[in-house]
Design a protein around this ligand. Structure first.
Ligand code: MG
Ligand code: ZN
Length: 227
């Protein structure tokens, strides 16, 4: 396996879809997402994308899932970040294939960057792809990547209003992970209220409480994802 630092997908100048062309951009993204979906289906790869704010616990959730699932799946991880490979290196330590996707200034992954990252993998050697989006609860909702299921991680340390402030991303989620459950009391955040807020905007979503530091709840996340 090559070093993460030598195998980065970078958004080229001008490649990042222009915000002013919003409608066309979203449409172009959706079309490419369908292509990714077809390719992944063709290769029998289950793809899951993980969204959430900076510091919510996306990387630790993925690190935990990798440790839990690597016996049963050949796993690859795409790690979206603006310019760094810190998280990518953390995940790489667990012995899975990692492609860092550096978006430059862009605050979300798009299906074009995911397509480029897919070209860096031997897709015949992968069963499960975990995609960590850039830390952001807003625009990733509008940019499907072609994954089978979408996870949103929100932590109690972000306060009691994260769900009602960002309804769109939760509407679109298959699984919502409420992380840092061990800190709920100290933060005076009612986790069950957060869960109810999710259920209000998305009754179908499966909601799981976790502590990704200790690994508590991670197997429930895996079950909620049908893995
Ligand atoms: Mg991270
Ligand atoms: Zn964005």
């Amino acid at each position: 396996m090559s070093k993460v630092s030598e195998n980065i997908v970078k958004a080229e100048e001008g490649e990042v879809f222009d915000i002013e062309l919003e409608k066309d951009v979203l449409e172009a993204n959706r079309k490419l997402a369908e292509k990714n979906r077809e390719l992944l289906k063709d290769k029998a790869i289950t793809a899951i994308d993980v969204m959430g704010s900076i510091g919510a616990g996306k990387t630790s959730l993925i690190a935990n899932l990798v440790q839990l699932l690597r016996k049963n799946y050949r796993i690859a991880v795409f790690k979206g970040d603006l310019t760094t490979t810190i998280d990518a290196e953390i995940i790489k330590r667990y012995g899975v294939e990692v492609v860092a996707i550096n978006t430059g200034k862009e605050c979300h992954l798009d299906s074009n960057l995911v397509m480029k990252a897919l070209q860096k993998l031997n897709l015949d050697a992968i069963d499960l792809l975990l995609i960590e989006n850039v830390g952001n609860l807003i625009c990733p909702a509008e940019f499907p990547l072609g994954s089978d299921r979408r996870v949103v991680v929100v932590s109690v340390t972000e306060g009691p209003y994260m769900v009602i402030k960002h309804p769109f991303i939760f509407m679109d989620a298959d699984v919502v992970v409420i992380n840092k459950a061990d800190l709920a009391k100290a933060m005076q955040v009612d986790m069950h209220k957060l869960k109810n807020d999710v259920k209000k905007v998305n009754p179908e979503a499966k909601v799981v409480f976790t502590n990704c530091r200790s690994g508590e709840g991670v197997s429930a996340v895996s079950k909620a994802l049908d893995l």
